[in-house]
Write a protein that binds this ligand. Structure first.
Ligand code: KG4
Ligand code: ZN
Length: 344
């Protein structure tokens, strides 16, 4: 008789979310707890690393207890422990990584050091019956924008990435310029639904570069020019104007993301496309990708919104996939790496 799948406790503290999840192998996420720090960082308009790590330190231990309680388990039931080891903020990564290692040591359980981007990359498959299949993946988060060819678990080829700002970063910077609350991405998404995407012209950076790389740093310059161009007509209280700016800005980002994904899909002959990372929550992007899938005839798997923004379920799932694929656990000497790459 096959052994029961391992119960994996995973910790994610790479940025400003403290998250703990427990998975039963690749089959089931039993609990996924996320303690958001957004309110803490909002007054500063961005994540303050020192505040983030202090907060992880006080939040993580009780959150592990909450996760265990909600799963109806005790710590002794846990078979394996995983934590995000990078990329991210060093002082934040250290809290989750050292806590997970201490637990693994105390439980005499294997430890899995997981790349945050691998977590995002595999997250669309959480809950799928097939498990991870070959696909062309668009990963769009606050820190990264990548097109990756996935041939299986731990078998990745990064085809393109951003040369400067990530898509989420562009959303957040534009939000700040428009005087919107942090993080700008979800607010711009909501406002864009009521705005005219053709009202303003925004650049489609590197759209015709002939590769799968991105550049979004020009978006903030463009936004500042649009605001300057409005002169006295720019009024942050003008809902209609704000919505039009949001819709036009968002449309430009989506246009580049979707068109580059389509060309990488045809070039690689991929029949399945996945989209993950915080920006994959964007309703305009989801709709545009669905339309592209219908037009181009590829299958589309979008991460669910709760698995798109930072969470530990995706870290537990990546660890479970590695265990299932027979990949050895990590040494407790494996260090965190704020600049960890997806591939060597
Ligand atoms: O994946 P994530 O939680 O953290 C990183 O790994 O960076 O992504 C956070 C990013 C933020 O930039 C946030 O503004 C963006 O995802 N985001 C969105 C939406 N929801 C979150 N961007 C556009 N539209 C959204 N609905
Ligand atoms: Zn992330």
């Amino acid at each position: 008789m096959a052994a029961d799948p391992a119960l994996i406790l995973a910790i994610e503290t790479s940025c400003d979310e403290t998250a703990v999840a427990i998975a039963r192998g690749t089959q089931e996420i039993l609990v996924s707890e996320v303690a958001s720090q957004i309110d803490l960082h909002a007054p500063y308009g961005g994540v303050v690393p020192e505040l983030a790590s202090r907060n992880h330190n006080t939040t993580l231990r009780p959150l592990i207890d909450v996760a265990l309680r909600n799963a109806g388990l005790t710590i002794a039931d846990i078979d394996a422990v995983a934590a995000t080891s990078g990329p991210g903020l060093a002082s934040s990564l250290l809290i989750g990584d050292t806590t997970a290692k201490a637990l693994a040591l105390a439980l005499e359980a294997p430890f899995y050091s997981i790349n945050h981007m691998e977590g995002h990359l595999l997250s669309p498959f959480i809950g799928s019956e097939t498990g991870v299949m070959s696909n062309l993946s668009l990963v769009v988060s606050g820190g990264h924008t990548m097109i990756v060819r996935v041939d299986g678990v731990a078998d990745y080829e990064v085809l393109g990435s951003t040369r400067d700002d990530a898509a989420g970063e562009a959303f957040d910077k534009a939000g700040k310029m428009l005087g919107l609350p942090y993080p700008g991405g979800p607010v711009i998404d909501r406002r864009a639904r009521d705005g005219d995407a053709k009202a303003f012209d925004f650049p489609r950076g590197m759209l015709h570069s002939g590769d799968y790389h991105f550049s979004f740093s020009g978006m903030k310059t463009a936004m500042s020019h649009r605001l300057a161009g409005l002169g006295d007509r720019w009024d942050p209280e003008d809902e209609g104007l704000l919505n039009d700016l949001c819709a036009s800005f968002q449309a430009a980002i989506i246009d580049v993301l979707v068109k580059k994904t389509i060309s990488a899909t045809s070039a690689t002959g991929a029949s399945l496309v996945t989209v993950s990372g915080g920006v994959s929550c964007n309703s305009g992007l989801r709709t545009a990708m669905q339309t592209a899938a219908e037009d181009q005839g590829f299958q589309l798997l979008l991460a669910t919104p709760s698995h798109s923004t930072d969470n530990a379920a995706m870290i537990a799932y990546a660890a479970a996939c590695r265990i299932e694929a027979g990949i050895a656990p990590s040494s407790l000497d494996t260090d965190i790496d704020p600049n960890l790459k997806l591939t060597a």
